[in-house]
Design a protein around this ligand. Structure first.
Ligand code: GSH
Length: 220
């Protein structure tokens, strides 16, 4: 394996970067934090230089073992396969499938619809900036409705039983965004409970937005 410095391109408030930060902390992988400001300079993710790192012009991207990997869920899978210390998936194949099902509700069915560029398009097409929050709330609720049902069946202390898994890594950022867009969390007691439990785990704490070198005082 080509050992070299591990670099994470990240933005403090990026939900996809947040999941990867938790995994890096959890697996005790030391890394350099390379901030990409998603709003400054028209969005540094769109720069020519960064586009060469990540052709989708988004964070996170991880430089590791001589490779560049984008897409947060692909990064999680890589870390889990290569760094076997502190596993982030159960051994049981069914539990793994359920964890991925939950992870993809957030990673594929919610986050892409409330991403910065999609919210920008919503505002542009509707000609109404206030539609952004309404849109985001609608799609977060749509995903949370399904996720909450699955948690009623499968959760224990964490999303799938009592073992931390990929699904848990996706919870904090999505709940943070739910609050940011003023979604009423009352219908989601399991999501709120698991988020609360996760928030006291040191590796989850270190990955929080306000603990990142590029953190700013939230303005919205
Ligand atoms: N599917 C990608 C992943 O999981 O990594 C999504 C990445 C993504 O949407 N990242 C956001 C971003 O960079 C931050 S959470 N947005 C920039 C933009 O919308 O211009």
């Amino acid at each position: 394996m080509n050992e070299e410095k591990v670099i994470l391109y990240s933005y403090w408030r990026s939900s996809c970067s947040w999941r990867v930060r938790i995994a890096l902390e959890y697996k005790r992988i030391k890394y350099e934090y390379a901030p990409i400001h998603l709003l400054k300079d028209g969005g540094q993710q769109k720069s020519e230089e960064y586009s060469k790192v990540n052709p989708m012009k988004s964070v996170p991207s991880l430089i590791i073992n001589g490779h560049v990997i984008g897409q947060s869920l692909a990064i999680l899978e890589y870390l889990e396969e290569v760094y076997t210390i502190n596993p982030l998936m159960p051994k049981d194949p069914l539990k793994r499938a359920i964890s991925r099902q939950m992870m993809q509700i957030i990673g594929s069915d919610i986050q892409p619809l409330q991403n910065l560029k999609v919210l920008g398009a919503v505002a542009q097409l509707s000609g109404d900036d206030s539609k952004k929050a309404e849109w985001a709330r609608q799609w977060i609720a749509n995903g949370f409705n399904g996720l909450e049902k699955l948690l009623e069946i499968h959760s224990g202390k964490y999303c799938v039983g009592d073992e931390i898994s990929f699904a848990d890594l996706c919870i904090p950022a999505q709940v943070y965004n739910a609050h940011r867009f003023n979604l009423d969390m009352t219908p989601y007691p399991n999501i709120a409970r698991i988020n609360e439990t996760l928030s006291s785990i040191p590796e989850f704490k270190s990955a929080e937005p306000l603990n990142q070198p590029d953190a700013e005082k939230p303005t919205c």
